[in-house]
Design a protein around this ligand. Structure first.
Ligand code: 13P
Length: 209
């Protein structure tokens, strides 16, 4: 995809997430890989009203080369690109239910969204928990880097989800799937729940990769 198209696609999908309530105000940031670097939403921008020409561009070393000042969460995004070479996009949201779960006590740090439905397994996989750091703290990126690419998605404690994927569309779909699963988990509350078994999960990985 050429860069003009990539900018338009980033603008279109960001607006779609905003319009459907996955992001409010200036919360959230999205990046995607292009031929000679990365596009990332500017800091303090609203996902609903991006100007494609002003989207920030970084080179492969993470240096700002054009556009407005990049998101303060650039460290999180670059940690995914560095540790998951197949990653073509990263989506960070403060979506309500994923963020609600990120505030809960007693989460399993290596599996904080339990396998409730097939699609969360197929589109997202296991989700790790990143301890609380203030927004923009480089230690968040260091923590993700130290996960060594084992997880395509994380929940930032008391903050929200970050999801990576092979391209922008599939990453947005995965972020939506994660949010819907979080909504189901919050809706189910403390009812007793049938989670998918290890063999159900293994079958999904075998059949769908
Ligand atoms: P930016 O406006 O710098 O992208 O930060 C928004 C955000 O979601 C912080 O986590």
């Amino acid at each position: 995809m050429n860069e003009t198209k990539a900018r338009d696609e980033l603008t279109r999908l960001s607006r779609s997430l905003f319009d459907r309530g996955y992001s409010v105000g200036s919360a959230g940031n999205i990046s995607m890989r292009v031929d000679d670097g990365y596009l990332i939403t500017p800091t303090n921008s609203c996902l609903g009203f991006l100007d494609p020409a002003r989207i920030s561009k970084l080179d492969f070393q993470g240096r700002h080369v054009s556009g407005d000042k990049p998101s303060k969460e650039v460290f999180l995004h670059s940690a995914f690109y560095e540790t998951r070479p197949s990653a073509g996009a990263v989506v960070h949201l403060h979506s309500t239910f994923g963020t609600a779960i990120s505030c809960m006590c007693g989460l399993n740090p290596e599996d904080c969204i339990r396998p409730l439905t097939p699609y969360v397994v197929m589109r997202v996989g296991k989700v790790a928990l990143v301890p609380y750091f203030r927004p923009g703290d480089e230690r968040g990126g260091t923590f993700v880097r130290d996960l060594s690419g084992r997880f395509a998605a994380v929940l930032l404690a008391n903050h929200g989800p970050v999801v990576s994927g092979k391209d922008l569309v599939s990453t947005v779909y995965a972020a939506e799937e994660l949010e819907e699963t979080a909504k189901l988990l919050v809706t189910l509350g403390d009812r007793s729940v049938n989670y998918l078994s290890d063999s159900d999960v293994a079958e999904l990985h075998r059949v769908f990769g």
